[in-house]
Design a protein around this ligand. Structure first.
Ligand code: URA
Length: 430
């Protein structure tokens, strides 16, 4: 087989075989095929697309390019979730304990945040004592014992994705639906769960800008999952504003605790109940989806999910001794509206960037995070504001500069006509 023939085949819109795709991926991971030929193929895929079968073959070759986690020693059905990248997205901290409190097993490998998006590991590590470096045995034992564990990745999972993503990033080929689908699904399949819920965000700062593209990506990922015998459910969700009100590590942990205590922001609670109910139902912990939904809602309001959260944090070495002083910063600055009207958009990208510039996120992967800082929104889309009303509170340990204020100014779009409150879940695809 010759790489140039495969590039030409895809350039001309033809369908690659499983053997050709395996030749490409294994050759690239072994260092036999050079970056420039892979770049050409990625661009050909970007323009010509892939069939569902090609995307599934690509996912398979990527999946087996490294280690695959074996969760067979965990009793029961294992569930997992993935978000395509959100701002203020603390759902794992809520959903994990929620579904674990209902009997589902969540064995999750999470990542760190970069740029405007946050990462679950950073949120967990912002809690005193909480560590995410569990050995494989500790990870499995903890799930068997309390139904939930979240760890950073130790095994070498999907090395092909690391190589391909770095190349896509510098060759303009990130926004290709089959490449995104195979990248996400290879990692999710390598993590070993039986049921995978995917939160596919649309809006500013999200990979998918339109509902049509989000639908195509979701269907493709669901089909890839099915071809591996997994249950995959995709939730197309709105990210025209941050999820909930809090952005910043400890602020988000605090909001997760509020939600687990039954008084979280509406959009966040709705999303967690909806995704949680599908996880609980598919983990066979409820007879119908309706029953699962009631369990999910009830456990957020009866203290069961909250108790599981503290058990989970404790099992990973963490403790929160005084929730009232959990977030402590030098200054909380009110950011006010300079116009009167209705909030149309709160660009998640800009809010995420403002939090990052405060020190709450990483510009490069070696940056150190300040866990205390961030933004709490005072208003959400659809609300009316008068000139001088507070739009957000800035939690900071350093003086607020123009750059941070500009990010906030660019985030809020305020119009003079009423705006309907958008639904958080736009579609569910399975
Ligand atoms: N997230 C991923 O993991 N991969 C992509 O290609 C895009 C989003």
């Amino acid at each position: 087989m010759r790489m140039v023939d495969i590039i030409e085949k895809k350039r001309d819109g033809l369908v690659l075989t499983e053997a050709e795709i395996e030749f490409v991926i294994s050759g690239y991971v072994k260092g036999i095929i050079p970056d420039y030929q892979i770049s050409a193929l990625l661009m050909a895929i970007y323009f010509m697309g892939m069939t569902d079968d090609e995307a599934a073959f690509l996912t398979k070759s990527m999946l087996y390019s490294g280690d695959v986690i074996d969760l067979s020693n965990i009793k029961g059905i294992k569930v997992d979730k993935h978000s395509t990248g959100g701002v203020g997205d603390k759902t794992t901290l809520i959903l994990g304990p929620l579904v674990a409190s209902a009997g589902a097993k969540l064995a999750k490998l999470s990542g760190r945040g970069l740029g405007h998006t946050g990462g679950t590991l950073d949120k967990l590590e912002s809690i005193d004592g909480c560590h995410i470096d569990l050995s494989e045995q500790e990870f499995l034992d903890q799930v068997n014992k309390i139904n939930i564990a979240v760890a950073g990745q130790t095994a070498e999972l999907v090395p092909a994705d690391k190589l391909l993503y770095a190349l896509r990033d510098v060759t303009g080929s990130v926004p290709s639906i089959p490449l995104i689908a195979s990248s996400i699904m290879s990692k999710k399949l390598a993590a070993g769960a039986d049921v995978i819920c995917l939160d596919v965000k649309i809006g500013d700062g999200a990979f998918m800008k339109t509902i049509d593209d989000a639908r195509i990506l979701s269907r493709l990922m669901v089909n890839i999952g099915k071809s591996f015998g997994k249950t995959v459910i995709a939730f197309v969700t709105d990210m025209n504003q941050p999820l909930g009100l809090a952005v910043g590590n400890r602020l988000e942990v605090k909001e997760a605790i509020d939600t687990l205590s039954g008084h979280g922001p509406k959009d966040l609670e709705t999303l967690c109940v909806e995704i949680g109910s599908h996880m609980i139902f598919n983990a066979l912990q409820a007879e119908t989806l309706e029953v699962a939904k009631k369990i999910a809602y009830d456990n957020l309001h009866n203290g069961k999910a909250l108790a599981k959260f503290y058990e989970f944090i404790g099992a990973q070495g963490g403790h929160i001794d005084d929730l009232d002083h959990f977030v402590s910063v030098k200054e909380i600055v009110a950011y006010k509206s300079v116009t009167t009207g209705y909030i149309k958009t709160i660009k998640a990208l800009n809010i995420g960037l403002a939090s990052m510039k405060l020190g709450g996120g990483r510009e490069t992967k070696d940056d150190i995070i300040d866990p205390m800082v961030g933004i709490i929104l005072a208003k959400k889309i659809g609300e009316h504001v008068n000139c001088g009303d507070v739009l957000a509170h800035i939690y900071t340990n350093k003086p607020i500069n123009e750059d941070i204020l500009n990010s906030l100014t660019m985030a809020f779009e305020i119009v003079d006509y009423p705006i309907a409150i958008p639904p958080i879940i736009l579609e569910i695809i399975r």
